[in-house]
Design a protein around this ligand. Sequence first.
Ligand code: SF4
Length: 248
Amino acid sequence: MQLSENAGSKKAGVLVKTTLVDFPGIVASAIFLSGCNLRCPYCYNTGLVLNNGDAPDAVTLQEVVTHLEQRKSVIKGFVISGGEALLSPMLLPLLRAVRELGYKVKLDTNGIADNRLEDLIRSEYCPDFIALDIKTSPARYAELAPAGLSEEKKNKLTTSLLHSVKLVSSLPADRREFRTVLVPPLVKEDDIRSIAAELPSDASWMFAQFRNENCLNPEYNNVSPYIQKELDALVSTAQSLIPGAKLR
Ligand code: SF4
């Protein structure tokens, strides 16, 4: 597929050519788009979050298309991630191109751009699968706000997240998942309970261990991850509320 020079030459994002872990059950490619509307202190994608322009290793939309055309026999899915992909002007051009090539599409989102998520879900480009990250109790989302955000906008983070939880919950169970990184200061037993209260009972709720390296807030490099016994206890609490909870 040859895109017009104007569309094809735009930088799209950082491409991972093959991934076995980002799209459940599907061999995929993934792209990571710049920009984010949160500042999670443990974030490992500092470059993408703080970068206002294109990442230095970003590829063009035409390069993404060419890669997908060449690997069609092996790759069956395409993951659009970030940063926060819903903020990127490249999201729709990517969705259009990837759909036209016949790939299944997964979107990873933090759910803060809830109105954009709603528009996308209601459009012809609704992804085949959506993974919604939930970082902590909805009531604690102000702790993840970028510096300088007004109190009103900080409070709106919670409302936006909860709206997105409802939107994603309305998809069939095999087209959605919720994800939480078990970061000790942000996710304790009470937080697990608060998050679970918002999820559908048939949710697939995937937990990941926290890594204390290259964190956006350097103080988090000194936070010790949960030990196995603590992880097991949190996951077990989650499973008692949402049977489809598990540690990935
Ligand atoms: S971890 Fe938080 S700050 Fe980092 S990309 Fe995801 S939502 Fe943005």
